[in-house]
Design a protein around this ligand. Structure first.
Ligand code: AMP
Length: 598
């Protein structure tokens, strides 16, 4: 049974729908192994004869083949691949080649992932199936949530959502983030109509393209509709924390706009201004109530501001796992007693799993794999003993296994075969099997393999850091200095977060030169998420910390003191370890802040 079929054939808003979608998931999860075999069969039959598959299958006729035989043939003929392997094929599609390269259906839209491959943003195919699965997982998760936290039909969602710009590739295809495509799709409207829950902000605010102006309008409209708001949501928790940090600064201006029915001169985008002004009208009573709450709340450092302003809200909903965990503390502060419900697990490549236990605290959430969305394989990963001291984890990999053969407690890297034309694609995420829902595994997200530096939507790998440091040290070398060792840290305790790079150097170098090294490194991170966040200052200037001679020996001593062997030691290239950071900060003798984006 394919996901999209369920949505269209049962797309009504009543309680029946919730019952039906949960029964559907029960049925596919009970038969997960068989459903997976069928899903692979569907993908391969739909895309029979495409160039990528022909490379491995040749002219072999797969149509009449038994689904189980096809599954084992597939694993034996088609190799595991990374984004780099697909890149030339996707590039040809982007450049306008309309031949059936990855899929039989022409691809007209491409997604830009926020992840990076050696500092470059990834282009991935996006099809109608992508929007349909987004709608489907949203409704499935909503059905589970409504059993615990029912919400009122016709209510509103205060959603802190933002689209990216949609660009045209050389071949005329639309490219943007997957969420942008979704907000622009028919499915997004269907979601609002069928769930009878409406976002407070109109499309002009979501698609404004300036996150500061959009945030102001989201807050303003959320407050205007205060009594209708049933939940507060965003894709990633970071956006909610950032929105309330803005609110702390701008609440008086927002109140004044509510009082007079005006719109701050901060909002300069004409379409956004018009759309918001069309909605608002003077509400002096509401403005004075909000003002009173804010004055009082400010005195307690804004603790519990969310339920005070939106007393009918049932919960806060967003991705709070993985790289979003550092924001949980602040989110809890704003939300106080309001439940935090952690959202589902997916990627630009495809959706993976749904949170079936909305009551669980975000730290304990896991995701049940949806076996109709893609064909999933799992590469067993076993930690290498000698890498215990390293910031990145080294693994010994085993042969990939199908979904039906995963084991509880084992860590795996996920491999996807998707309806959008990715075949045995290594996602790079490390997950652990926490248990099963019927026959489908429930996954704990561990981390993105090799992802080391992240503040919000940015994602930089060890390789990206290495490249940036190399560029910076070229400048250092030019002036007679030498880099002895380095490490890094993503500072997220203060807003805006920023990257800190610690350098131990040899030789006398002028401060001016070190300032230049700092700027060069900042400008060398070309990950799209980082660049956009730096431009908008939602990530602050990179900080270069020069540590005194011998600091990295102290770091080594610390690891040795904790049982590491000298022969096994590798400097962690990125660290959140408090003791290590204390050593590094105590030993810092000079600090430089990048001016690269001034
Ligand atoms: P992107 O495709 O650039 O949007 O990034 C997708 C990646 O974000 C995934 O591969 C994960 O590494 C991470 N991610 C997505 N959803 C979750 C989640 N619920 N929990 C933790 N990490 C997530």
């Amino acid at each position: 049974m394919e996901a999209a079929q369920v949505v269209t054939s049962n797309g009504n808003a009543d309680g029946n729908y919730q019952y039906e979608i949960i029964s559907w998931f029960d049925s596919v999860s009970k038969n997960a192994a068989m459903v997976q075999t069928e899903t692979l069969g569907q993908i391969l039959h739909l895309n029979y004869g495409v160039e990528y598959l022909k490379k491995w299958f040749g002219d072999m006729k797969i149509q009449d083949m038994d689904a189980c035989a096809l599954e084992s043939l597939y694993a034996s003929l088609v190799p595991l691949a990374s984004h780099a392997d697909f890149e030339p094929f996707i590039q040809r599609i982007a450049d306008g080649d309309t031949a059936p390269i990855l899929t039989q259906q022409p691809i007209t839209t491409l997604s830009l992932s926020s992840g990076t491959t050696e500092g470059r943003q990834k282009l991935l195919p996006f099809t109608r199936h992508s929007s349909q699965t987004t709608l489907h997982i949203y409704r499935l998760a909503a059905a589970y949530r409504s059993r615990v936290y029912p919400i009122r039909e016709g209510g509103r969602i205060l959603e802190f959502i933002y689209s990216s710009k949609q660009l045209k590739t050389k071949g005329g295809l639309t490219a943007g983030t997957a969420t942008t495509h979704y907000y622009a799709s028919e499915e997004y409207n269907i979601k609002q109509e069928k769930t009878k829950s409406f976002t407070c902000s109109p499309q002009e605010v979501i698609f404004g393209g300036d996150y500061k102006q959009s945030t102001y309008c989201h807050l303003l409209l959320g407050l205007l509709f205060w009594d209708e708001v049933e939940l507060i949501a965003s894709t990633f928790a970071y956006s909610i924390v950032q929105a309330f940090a803005t609110f702390e600064e701008q609440w008086e201006e927002i109140c004044s706009d509510i009082k007079d029915g005006t719109l701050s001169s901060r909002i300069t985008l004409p379409r956004m201004r018009k759309a918001v002004l069309d909605i608002i009208s003077p509400s002096p009573c509401l403005a004075s109530q909000i003002e009173a709450i804010c004055r009082d709340s400010k005195a307690s450092n804004w603790y519990g501001i969310v339920p005070r302003l939106w007393p009918n809200a049932k919960y806060v909903y967003s991705i709070m796992t993985g790289s979003m965990q550092p924001y949980l503390k602040k989110l809890r502060h704003y939300a106080a007693s309001l439940p935090l419900v952690s959202a589902d697990y997916g990627s630009t490549e495809g959706w993976i799993g749904v949170n079936l236990d909305p009551c669980l605290p975000p730290e304990d959430v896991n995701f049940a794999v949806i076996p109709t969305f893609s064909y999933f394989e799992f590469i067993p990963l076993n930690k290498k003993k000698q890498d215990l001291t390293s910031g990145t984890v080294g693994y010994i990999e085993d042969e990939p296994v199908p979904l039906s053969q995963v084991k509880i407690g084992q860590e795996y890297e996920l491999v996807l075969t998707t309806f959008t034309g990715l075949y045995r694609y290594r996602l790079g995420d490390v997950v652990e099997v926490a248990g099963f829902h019927n026959g489908t595994p429930k996954l704990n997200f561990i981390f993105r393999r090799e992802l080391i530096l992240t503040v919000n939507i940015d994602k930089n790998t060890e390789n990206d850091l290495q490249l940036a440091v190399e560029r910076g040290s070229e400048v250092l070398n030019k002036y007679g200095g030498e880099l002895v060792d380095f490490t890094s840290h993503a500072e997220v305790m203060h807003q805006p977060g920023h990257y800190m790079i610690y350098w131990e150097i040899k030789g006398e170098v002028e401060e001016r030169v070190l300032g230049e090294c700092c700027g060069v490194m900042d400008a060398s991170f070309v990950d799209h998420g980082y660049v956009v966040s730096r431009r908008t200052n939602s990530i602050g200037p990179l900080e270069l910390c020069i540590v005194e001679t011998g600091t990295f020996n102290k770091v080594l001593d610390y690891f040795i003191g904790n049982g590491a062997a000298l022969g096994q030691f590798k400097t962690p290239r990125c660290t959140n370890n408090h003791i290590l950071l204390r050593i590094l900060n105590l030993c810092t003798i000079k600090r430089f802040h990048s001016t690269a984006y001034n």
